[in-house]
Design a protein around this ligand. Structure first.
Ligand code: SAM
Length: 276
């Protein structure tokens, strides 16, 4: 899979935080601490530089070392990623304030995931990249460990631009097709990620909640939009039947409106908790 740079992850984090459904995030935290006999251990998959840690800390997850009293109840973050540079950056940012265990691991091999004792598994902007069989294998492991899942910011196939351009529909259709390409974790679920998670987890006996978490980008997000546009154009440039010149014009039009237009990119957050 192509790598994710710290710069790109930083650039999207503001929009991600604004988009996250705060009710589901709070509900995930409530599950984390609801059982006095369970250790508050979070396993964050595809952690990057720690965006989920930051987001949940922001909505109330205490940095462990601020909690007075019984140290065995401290919140532990197990960050899992295959990119050591991103894990190192997460440690650099949070190693002094949070209890972090970092795991360099490939999500293709779910047997190596550090799920022992985990109360909650989290991920952000991950499940649209993974395949159906990775989800199936993960659900089996969640059931074994009686762990909840909080999976935020799964792309849902909606991208709406304003002002409109005649090529928008064709670009979006091609982009959504490209989202299903294998990006290193099997044929990707792409826009079907949240629906598939809901189906697989419900079938496994979980109670599942889904909430929309769209990016609603305006002039304040121009820097992100300026990166998004060439990213989309390059993803759809080959193999989807788009005329090169027309795509170039679409890109130029979009960039010309990056600081004044609007763009909605749909996502969905998923929370799944064991029913019993
Ligand atoms: C879109 S980024 C999201 C990062 C972070 N959760 C965030 O929201 O900023 C996807 C993350 O998944 C990680 N990743 C991708 N494929 C992986 C794999 N096969 N095994 C482990 N991590 C993987 C990437 O390195 C990256 O950190």
């Amino acid at each position: 899979m192509s790598g994710f740079s710290v710069a790109w992850l930083d650039l999207r984090e503001g929009a991600d935080n604004a988009a996250r459904d705060k009710t589901l995030a709070a509900q995930a935290l409530a599950w984390l601490t609801a059982d006095d006999t369970a250790m508050p251990i979070i396993v964050d998959l595809g952690s990057g530089t720690g965006s989920t840690l930051r987001a949940l800390t922001h909505v109330g997850a205490s940095p462990a070392r601020d909690i007075p009293g019984n140290p065995t109840r401290d919140l532990v973050w197990r960050l899992v990623d295959h990119d050591p540079a991103l894990l190192n950056e997460a440690l650099r940012r949070h190693g002094k304030t949070h209890i972090i265990e970092d795991y360099e691991a490939d999500l293709l091999d779910l047997t190596t995931l550090p799920l022992t004792g985990a109360r909650l598994v989290t991920a952000s902007a991950l499940f649209d990249l993974v395949s159906l069989s990775v989800v199936d294998a993960l659900v089996t492991r969640l059931v074994q460990h009686h762990a909840g899942l909080y999976a935020a910011l799964n792309y849902d196939g909606i991208t709406q631009w304003s002002p409109p351009h005649p090529l928008d529909g064709h670009v979006l259709a091609a982009f959504n097709q490209d989202q299903r390409r294998d990006k290193g974790l099997g044929l990707a679920l792409g826009p079907d990620a949240a629906d598939y998670l809901e189906m697989a987890l419900s079938r496994a006996g979980y109670t599942v909640w889904i909430a929309d978490s769209p990016w609603e980008l305006g002039p304040d997000d121009a820097a992100l939009v300026r990166e998004l546009i060439p990213g989309i154009a390059s993803a759809v440039a080959d193999g989807y039947g788009l005329d090169r010149q027309a795509l170039q014009e679409w890109q130029e039009f979009r960039l010309a409106h990056a600081a004044t237009g609007r763009c909605v990119v749909g996502h969905q957050d998923v929370l799944a908790l064991p029913t019993t």
